[in-house]
Structures are given as C-alpha cells and as structure tokens.
Design a protein around this ligand. Structure first.
Ligand code: SF4
Length: 286
C-alpha cells in the first residue's frame, strides 16, 4: 500500500515537472515569434524608407541631367491616352504617334471608330506594327465600354480612386497594368509611376527594387512613392533606359547614376554609345 502511494507521488512530481517545462517552451516560442515579427516589420519599414530615399536621389540626379520633362498644359482625354498607349506597345514612339494621328484625324470621334471593322482599324494603324493585335484590342475596348457604360467615355474616372480605376481598366481584354497606370499618370495627373521594360530594368539595376516582373516593380515603387515625383521619375528613367542604360552594353561611364547604381555588371570598359531619344508619345497626345 505504502509502496503504491510512493509511486503515485513520484508520477505526480514528474508530471508537474514536464508540465512546467512544456509551459516554459511555449512561452519561449511566443517570445521568439513576437521578436521575429517585430524584426520583420522593422526590416520592412527600413527597406521602404531606403527605397523612398533612393527614388528621391535618383529623381534629383536625373533632373540635373535631363531637366524636368515638359508636360502638356491640358491633360489628354483618358480614351485618347489609352488608345495611344495600346498603339505604343513594342514599337517606337514616332511610329505609334503617326498611327494615333492617322486614326484620330480620319474620323469624327471614337464612336465612329467603334463602328469600324477590326480590319478597317488595322489599315489605319499599320505603321505602328502588330496591327492585328492592336486593332483587336482597340475594337474590343471601345465596344465593351459602350456596351457596359452606354457611351464611350471614361469621365467617371475623374472622381474615382486609383485602385478602382486600375481594377476597372484591367478588366478589359488586352489592357494591362502598364496601360491603365499610364491613364492615371498622363491623363488624370495622379502621382503613379507606370512601369515598362525600361523602368523595370533600370530600377532593378540601380538597386531601387529587386523584382522579377514589371508588375511587381509597379507594386513596390508605388507602395511608397514620394509626392509629385511620378512624371519626372518615369519619363527620365525611360530616357535613361533608351539612351544610356540600354539592355545590353549600358554606357555606364557617362551615366549620371554611376556613383549610386548597385548593378554588379556595369560596363566600364570605355565603349560609349549615345543617341538622343527624347520623343515621348504620351506627352504629345492632345
Ligand atoms: S551605372 Fe550603368 S547600369 Fe547603372 S544605371 Fe547607369 S548605365 Fe545603368
């Protein structure tokens, strides 16, 4: 009898010890997880602050090199801008501008263009290349807008927030984040920086972001963009990407960002190519 009660006491003591150890371990895990979460937030905040500072610095250095890019006094109509952006895909701005003028000057308004067949639109925009694809996107956009809203107008965007506009425009076939964000910046004058291949490549080389796709770059940059920088930052980066920071063999020796750029494959071997290329379609659309 006495032997049994001794065993019970021993089991109880051991159970209590294990329970205490278990609780200590749980407390330790909660403590570590809280610490990690604070570190993660601090790292995120630190990273965002660094990104913001770098955007401000790069914007300043590019303005010193290229100046503040000119803008039209009256912002273009959102439909004009959107169609101009569709025409600008994978071609140079001079040809897409000619295609835009050709289409716009041939008809009274976008209602008339909507009535055309896809092939009739294709004939008018031939010079911009990818005629079948671009005429299809234009025809589909105009027809869907008319069907959904009852008229070809995006005037309701003037009072809408950026997220709503991005969601609405990207719901149309053939319209991506870049085209939608160009409407925000150039037509509605919002502080939003569109990201094309030049902006994606240069911001990654410089070390502003480390991203794999233009859409991810867009998300990162616009999550904390300094006020009033979008137009000059976007426009001057495109010019830098065309003239100096080209996809292959960038001319790093004449780059205004040489001292702040983090790219580890800079071209410093003395071969310098430079050709001025400052014709930007989206600032020409009236
Ligand atoms: S230093 Fe070279 S890689 Fe860096 S931004 Fe300038 S041209 Fe591009």
């Amino acid at each position: 009898m006495i032997k049994n009660s001794k065993i019970r006491i021993k089991i109880k003591i051991s159970f209590n010890k294990n329970k205490q150890l278990f609780l200590e371990k749980i407390n330790m895990l909660i403590f570590i997880s809280a610490k990690l979460s604070i570190l993660k937030t601090n790292f995120g905040n630190h990273y965002m602050k660094q990104m913001r500072k770098k955007i401000e610095l790069v914007n300043k250095l590019l303005i010193e090199k290229y100046g503040i890019p000119p803008r039209s006094k009256v912002p273009p109509n959102p439909i004009d801008l959107l169609i101009g952006t569709i025409l600008s895909q994978n071609t140079n701005d001079k040809n897409s501008y000619k295609a835009f003028q050709n289409l716009k000057e041939s008809y009274k308004d976008w209602n008339e263009v909507e009535q055309l067949t896809r092939t009739q639109i294709e004939t008018k925009i031939k010079i911009a290349g990818l005629g079948k694809q671009k005429s299809g996107a234009i025809k589909e956009f105009l027809s869907s807008l008319k069907k959904e809203k009852g008229s070809i107008s995006l005037e309701h965007f003037r009072k809408a927030d950026n997220e709503k506009i991005l969601n609405e425009l990207t719901s149309f076939n053939g319209i991506g984040v870049k085209t939608a964000s160009c409407v925000l910046l150039f037509s509605l004058r919002r502080n939003v920086c569109p990201v094309d291949t030049h902006v994606h490549r240069t911001t990654n080389r410089i070390g502003i972001v480390k991203t794999k796709t233009p859409d991810k770059t867009f998300e990162m940059i616009n999550s904390d963009l300094p006020e009033e920088v979008a137009h000059s930052f976007h426009t001057n980066l495109i010019r830098l990407g065309r003239e100096i920071c080209r996809p292959s063999k960038p001319s790093c020796l004449i780059c205004p960002l040489l001292k702040v750029c983090e790219y580890d494959k800079k071209n410093l071997n003395g071969e310098i190519k430079y050709k001025k290329n400052d014709f930007l379609l989206l600032d020409r659309i009236k």
